[in-house]
Design a protein around this ligand. Structure first.
Ligand code: ATP
Length: 364
């Protein structure tokens, strides 16, 4: 007997869920691969927890289907699905030791799978080793730090060899330093087990740092699915561009083409600037997105296609970078500059951006 996992893929096929008049999940279709770390990212109330609860079987969709591999699980009970969920508040039993908390699911299973007490001990030991909590078996949850409690919750989820691991904002109750530590830990465990993992969060850094792919959700709908670098560097719409990272966004109109780029007339900047379109055949009114970190200082470099000349309006040293607001014509550009650079407020500065780092997307 050992911790053996048989991960599955998850398919949501045109799933919708209403609560009264509220559409919590609105025609969502997703395919999560076997062994993938998949994150649903979005603001509060966008429907991410409901989507996760539909996968777990705690909610039945009003329409659409849910598949684990080829098996239709839409109407199956949660315990028939062999998934395990970790909640934000860990939901540990305070009157039970770490060992008993982790063993609980196995004891319930014992009747079904005929596990001996020795086998249970072995599995709990393996699960606690995996989350690096060896030697803590006899403690009670209140004798553990938040991070350790989180690990117990994770061990308890993994010990039953779930087909899918479901995590609902599991790190939000931890302090900033521990959260970073647990991010790495979760990723390490997920990689070593190759378990299909669906992670729900509103924290973009968590999503970007851990996921194989991210679905960005808003108002019950999926706005974009892609690898972290894809959704960050190539947001498909304004919502994703504004939700992930910080952006300078201008309204413009496509007035021509220049090689792989489109030429966008941006009235506010009083310029036509080249930009990379996010989709073929993009026309008419667009939004131009420039991330603050793609802006460089100084005279034209070989890959600089646009120069902005402006006056430094505000600067803030934040350790690893200098955040500057530079007034260019009628607008103010936010730029992340190297932390060693010496610019003073009121001085004139030249900023350069490459066209491949300027994104044009549909204006909606
Ligand atoms: P949060 O990050 O705040 O948990 P979320 O993105 O997970 O938000 P959901 O919890 O899925 O969002 O909720 C989506 C919408 O459905 C919200 O408008 C919420 O108020 C509503 N909702 C969720 N569960 C219920 C319920 N049991 N009864 C009524 N409305 C609900």
């Amino acid at each position: 007997m050992s911790l053996e996992l048989h991960p599955v893929s998850v398919t949501l096929d045109d799933v919708s869920k209403y609560f009264g008049n509220v559409v919590a999940v609105d025609h969502v279709s997703l395919k999560i691969d076997k062994g993938e770390f998949f994150t649903i990212l979005g603001p509060s109330g966008c429907g991410k927890s409901t989507t996760l609860r539909i996968i777990a079987g705690f909610e039945v969709p009003d329409s659409g289907r849910v598949f684990f591999d080829d098996e239709d699980v839409t109407f199956k009970k949660p315990y028939e699905r062999e998934t395990a969920m970790v909640f934000q508040n860990y939901a540990l039993w305070p009157h039970m030791t770490v060992f008993d908390n982790v063993a609980y699911g196995l004891r319930v299973k014992k009747k079904r799978y005929n596990l001996s007490e020795d086998e249970i001990k072995k599995l709990v030991k393996q699960a606690l080793e995996l989350v690096r909590l060896e030697g803590m078996e006899k403690r009670y949850p209140l004798q553990l730090s938040g991070g350790q409690q989180q690990r117990v919750a994770l061990a308890r989820a993994l010990v039953v060899s779930p087909r899918i691991l479901l995590l609902d904002e599991p790190l939000s109750n931890l302090d900033a330093k521990l959260r970073i530590e647990m991010r790495e830990e979760l990723k390490r465990i997920q990689r070593s087990l190759k378990i299909t993992t669906v992670y729900v969060t509103h924290d973009q850094v968590e999503a970007l740092s851990m996921s194989d792919r991210i679905a960005v959700m808003n108002s019950g709908r999926i706005m974009q699915v892609g690898r972290p670098d894809e959704v960050y560097f190539r947001p498909k719409n304004l919502f994703v561009a504004e939700f992930l990272g910080r952006s300078n966004i201008f309204e413009g109109e496509i007035v021509g083409e220049k090689g792989d780029y489109v030429l966008v007339k941006v009235v506010e900047l009083d310029k036509d600037i080249p930009a990379t379109p996010v989709e073929k055949g993009l026309k008419g009114k667009v939004a131009v997105v420039i991330r603050p970190e793609v802006i460089v200082v100084g005279s034209p470099k070989s890959d600089t296609d646009v120069i902005f000349k402006g006056v430094v309006d505000f600067k803030m040293f934040v350790g690893d970078k200098l955040e500057a607001r530079v007034k260019v014509g009628k607008v103010t550009l936010l730029a992340y500059l190297p932390n060693y650079i010496d610019v003073s407020v009121g001085s004139t500065i030249e900023l350069g951006v490459s066209a491949r780092n300027i994104i044009a997307l549909p204006y909606k």
